[in-house]
Design a protein around this ligand. Structure first.
Ligand code: BGC
Length: 426
């Protein structure tokens, strides 16, 4: 399998997950709360802030020609309205390093983490965030716009709605568990666990209030209301307009987390509803974008009541979802029916301790991409998640998504066979 010269074949990371010491961000603050829901804090992460050159060289030497990474808002604007030129210079160095190695830099302006001050103002449900994000995007475009050709405004702009759906499912489960606990005589354990959970939630609320001035901070990865969802879209459009005003030649788009929703008999309506929420209702906001960033990891089977568990006996990844690389091509085809612009796979990957499974995943996923291109789909790039074993948010460092292993004590890098497999495809 060989992709054409112009095809962007690369790997992706996000600032907070790899750089380390992202101290002015909302995530950093939440990780350090005594009743944090993170299994561990991000700390030094992969030390990528200082080791980026080594990482970019590894990617380039393997044969890859593109690197997607995010610039960190909390570093660039640590206090409202105060921009840090030193941090912009840092990212300029990263971009230059890419170019020296024949690697196309693709930057993301917001990959989940926000500055603490933004969250104190109401975060991703506050109207003021549209203008704050626009101003930040304009600053980055002014400073770095000469150096980049592709910008993703917001990573997985639909994440908040997906979380709202999961939160609703959890709420339902908790209510059922509580009823069971009340009726199940002598079954103290359930009640105790439930109580502890509630206690933790209360503590977390007070701790959050201390840091963010509100018990329920609206970080980007919080359950989103429909109004907040529309606000995220307006923030994207404002940022896009700001970039285009300075650099009309830059290709601008956002990325979405998209599942390959497969209805079983009777699940068609639920699948359609989920797809509308995950994708179709965003079309009015994004249909004139230069590209759409497609992020896919697995399929989801749908029954009449909604999401079903993976099929009996299915191979599961460390994240507990199904190993199913064919999902990517299905999603690309589905999206292309309604979105006519270019498609870039901005994330696709698998958390597994067994790198031979990752190599298999890559071969199968990219076979799907190759078939899509042969059928005329405008797929312009593929970025594997992730370049490095990194900080998988609340699940910490145990999830290994990387093409390159990172020793947690020495931070030493060890390229895996899967990096070679991907790099050999061009
Ligand atoms: C996110 C990444 C994350 C990856 C694997 C995507 O949702 O953009 O930040 O690490 O999935 O879970």
């Amino acid at each position: 399998m060989r992709f054409p010269e112009a095809f962007l074949l690369g790997a992706a990371t996000a600032a907070h997950q790899v750089e380390g010491n992202n101290k002015n961000s909302d995530y950093w603050a939440q990780e350090l709360l005594p009743h944090s829901s993170f299994v561990e804090p991000s700390g030094v992460a992969c030390g990528h802030y200082t080791r980026y050159a080594e990482d970019i060289r590894l990617l380039a030497h393997a044969g890859l020609n593109a690197y997607r990474f995010s610039v960190e808002w909390a570093r660039i604007e640590p206090e409202e309205g105060k921009f840090d030129e030193k941090e912009i210079e840092h990212y300029r160095d990263v971009i230059r390093c890419c170019k020296e190695n024949g690697v196309e830099p693709v930057i993301t302006l917001m990959h989940f983490t926000s500055p603490v001050w933004l969250i104190r103002k109401g975060g991703w449900e506050a109207e003021s965030t549209v203008e704050d994000f626009r101003r930040y995007a304009a600053f980055v475009a002014e400073k770095l716009g000469d150096e980049v050709k592709i910008i993703c405004t917001i990573n997985e702009a639909n994440m908040g709605l997906q979380l709202a759906a999961i939160a609703r499912r959890f709420q339902l489960m908790a209510e059922q568990a509580q009823k069971k606990a009340a009726s199940a005589e002598g079954s103290v354990q359930v009640g105790m666990n439930f109580q502890k959970m509630m206690e933790n939630m209360r503590f977390a609320a007070a701790e959050n209030a201390g840091v963010f001035g509100t018990p329920q901070p609206q970080i980007f990865v919080s359950s989103r209301t429909p109004a907040g969802d529309a606000l995220v879209m307006r923030a994207h459009m404002a940022a896009k307009a700001a970039v285009k005003a300075l650099h009309p030649e830059i290709k601008v788009g956002l990325t979405l987390s998209l599942h390959d929703l497969q209805p079983l008999s009777g699940g068609e309506a639920a699948a359609k509803k989920a797809w509308d929420e995950e994708f179709t209702h965003y079309l009015p906001y994004i249909q004139n974008d230069d590209f759409l960033g497609v992020q896919n990891y697995t399929r989801t089977l749908m029954g009449p009541e909604g999401q079903l568990p993976p099929p009996e006996g299915a191979e599961l990844t460390q994240m507990d979802y199904e190993f199913y690389p064919e999902a990517l091509a299905n999603v690309l085809r589905r999206v292309h029916r309604d979105f006519q612009g270019d498609l870039i796979v901005t994330e696709n990957g698998v958390a597994t301790p067994d790198d031979t499974r990752r190599a298999d995943f890559i071969r199968r996923a990219l076979k799907g991409v190759e078939d899509c291109i042969a059928d005329g789909l405008p797929v312009k790039g593929y970025f594997h998640w992730s370049l490095l074993d990194n900080f998988e948010w609340q699940k910490g460092y145990a999830m290994t998504f990387g093409l390159v292993a990172v020793d947690r004590t020495t931070l030493e890098r060890t390229p895996k066979e899967s990096l070679r497999v991907l790099g050999a495809m061009r």
